[in-house]
Unconditional design. Structure first.
Length: 442
């Protein structure tokens, strides 16, 4: 089968993938529950339904995305027909993370297949149950020379990176992203790196504090805070802090009860290593809510921290867990001092009723994407690019952009032969003035 050219076959096999995911949805839910106690609601909303929606959108649009796009020719080339052809890169390596192990594995695969590539997928070894069901689904749907799942640890990932690929797509930490970029540079392999960072969440004195607290609690503590675009820390105006903290406490209790450890709606930290890293962060902090933890189950409660030290352990790197430092500010200069201390983040969130203030923040700071008066929901719009900038990543995907990043865009001019103007050819004597007039005109 010529996967490269047969768009009809790509559509057919993606439809088979959709049907297989529908059949195995309960297995996927159970796998994520086993891997880190992910609630069924969160799995359906952020994993299976998201992937199925992505598949339906891709299946619907694949022929339109893949067909050559005609563009207006450069006037000096008229008469001609100019086109952009989209061809697959070839052999693609996709390395996916553990925090959304189904969605962040399958969505890049869908795009790479839609664009006509052959794919090797390396899922995270930290979510073995999910990796197993992914391998089962892929092996049922795809020929092994089309899409193959290879399981293993970081050592296997290193071996894969030593091979030559036509494209590499990686989602994970900044530290590993740098390793991937270095490996890709050996062969000048193009990459997409979906990384992370310390995502600020600014709440000014005009914000609807109660609603802000509700939306921040949702965005921060879904998946137990293990989300690359979750708010990493809050910057609250000094005059609103006390009231806002009380609203945060109220909303955490509303969401997860008096004891989140027995809540069926709160996930666990992925493993003991990450749990220990997070617990260490709060040992010397002023915890104002939560902080309870249990090493037997890798449980760590939704936790609010009063933070006054930008050099503390919790403020050094992306938290990636259910810990929420709260910092205060009184002027926009203080906001700049704090945000500018860190690398460009993957997300930035603003809660304010002042349009001028929001527009100024959006214009001033470079970040991957974000929201005004909400958190994380920009991820859900397939028409918005999703990706980082600087330290938070390279490249953006979602919707048509996903198809485009796995396609080489090849420009082709089809020139007519019935006329051939002599102006461009040597000898050039006496032609320069005419050429200048034409070039200045266009």
């Amino acid at each position: 089968m010529n996967y490269k050219s047969d768009i009809g076959y790509r559509k057919e096999i993606l439809t088979r993938l959709l049907n297989s995911i529908i059949i195995h949805e309960n297995d996927i839910v159970n796998a994520l529950k086993a891997d880190f106690n992910k609630p069924e609601f969160e799995t359906v909303v952020t994993e299976t339904s998201y992937v199925m929606s992505d598949l339906k959108y891709t299946i619907k649009n694949i022929f339109n995305w893949a067909k050559p796009k005609r563009v207006f020719p450069f006037i000096a080339n008229i008469p001609s027909s100019d086109y952009i052809y989209k061809e697959p890169y070839g052999k693609v390596l996709i390395i996916s993370p553990w925090n959304y192990p189904f969605q962040l594995a399958l969505c890049p695969v869908i795009a790479a297949v839609a664009a006509g590539n052959q794919v090797v997928l390396k899922p995270s070894e930290l979510t073995p149950k999910t990796a197993a069901i992914i391998q089962k689904i892929i092996s049922e749907v795809f020929p092994i020379d089309y899409v193959e799942v290879i399981q293993g640890d970081a050592g296997l990932a290193s071996q894969l990176l030593e091979q030559r690929w036509d494209y590499i797509f990686f989602t994970g930490s900044v530290a590993v992203g740098k390793i991937v970029a270095k490996a890709a540079a050996k062969y000048l392999t193009p990459v997409t790196l979906e990384l992370g960072g310390k995502n600020p969440c600014i709440v000014d004195e005009t914000a609807n504090l109660h609603l802000a607290a509700k939306r921040i609690v949702w965005g921060k503590f879904i998946n137990a805070g293990q989300t690359c675009i979750a708010p990493d820390y809050i910057l609250i105006h000094q005059k609103s802090k006390l009231k806002f903290v009380e609203f945060l406490k109220e909303e955490i209790t509303n969401a997860y009860g008096e004891n989140p450890e027995i809540s069926t709606d709160f996930a666990r930290i992925i493993n003991s290593k990450n749990w220990s890293r997070l617990v260490e962060m709060i040992e010397t902090q002023k915890v104002i809510f939560g902080g309870n933890h249990n090493s037997d189950t890798n449980y760590l409660a939704p936790t609010l921290i009063e933070e006054n030290n930008l050099d503390s352990l919790i403020m050094q790197d992306e938290i990636f867990g259910p810990l929420l430092p709260i910092l205060t500010y009184e002027s926009e200069a203080e906001i700049e001092l704090i945000i500018s201390k860190y690398e460009k983040p993957l997300g930035l969130y603003i809660f304010s009723e002042r349009k001028k203030f929001c527009d100024a923040i959006i214009a001033k700071y470079s970040f991957g994407g974000g929201c005004v008066n909400d958190t994380m929901i920009h991820f859900s719009n397939k028409k918005l690019p999703f990706g980082g900038v600087g330290n938070s990543g390279i490249g953006a995907y979602h919707g048509k952009l996903s198809f485009d990043i796995f396609s080489h865009h090849k420009g082709v001019v089809k020139k007519a032969t019935w006329i051939d103007l002599p102006l461009r050819y040597a000898p050039y004597k006496g032609k320069l003035a005419s050429v200048k007039k034409i070039l200045n005109w266009i």
